[in-house]
Design a protein around this ligand. Structure first.
Ligand code: RB5
Length: 152
């Protein structure tokens, strides 16, 4: 898979850990920065990564900031994005099975690199449970998005 990665100044160190790990799993990484501790704005990086996911240029996206919260809020504003903020292994699996999330957010100030790598592995390897009940719920989520999306 092609995985788009983005981070702000509070998440780029975790990105640097995760990139070689994802590559070691056999995936291709698209790195959209940032790459140093100079203060930047997380929505800029969330937008860049999410655009790659909704356009199909990337299969999935991973966003990293201090808490993961800002990134997940920004990502979920992009139509077509289902972003989960995850800091534990159970949620990493469940959010793929139940929510079919296409973007993962984590906080470098919350989770250590070892757990973050395990979360990424589980999240990338777990398939959506095609069950009707999950599909129905996702269709309802989509209908909320459609209702508030202004079409020109
Ligand atoms: C940056 O200080 C911090 O606010 C940001 O990385 C993130 O945690 C926001 O949600």
């Amino acid at each position: 898979m092609k995985i788009a990665l983005g981070a702000d100044h509070a998440g780029y160190r975790l990105k640097d850990v995760i990139i070689p790990f994802i590559e070691s799993l056999g995936h291709q990484v698209m790195d959209f920065g940032c790459n140093c501790g100079d203060s930047v704005d997380y929505p800029d990086y969330a937008l860049e990564v999410c655009q790659k996911v909704v356009s199909g240029e990337a299969d999935k996206g991973i966003l990293l900031c201090g808490t993961g919260i800002g990134m997940s809020i920004a990502a979920n504003k992009v139509p077509g994005i289902r972003c989960a903020l995850v800091h534990d292994l159970f949620s990493a699996k469940a959010t793929r099975e139940h929510n079919d999330t296409n973007v993962l957010a984590m906080g470098e100030r919350v989770v250590g690199p070892g757990v973050a790598e395990e979360i990424v592995k589980i999240w990338l390897e777990t398939e959506f449970s095609e069950g009707v009940r999950h599909k129905n719920r996702l269709n309802k989520v989509q209908s909320i998005e459609d209702r508030f999306t202004v079409h020109p």
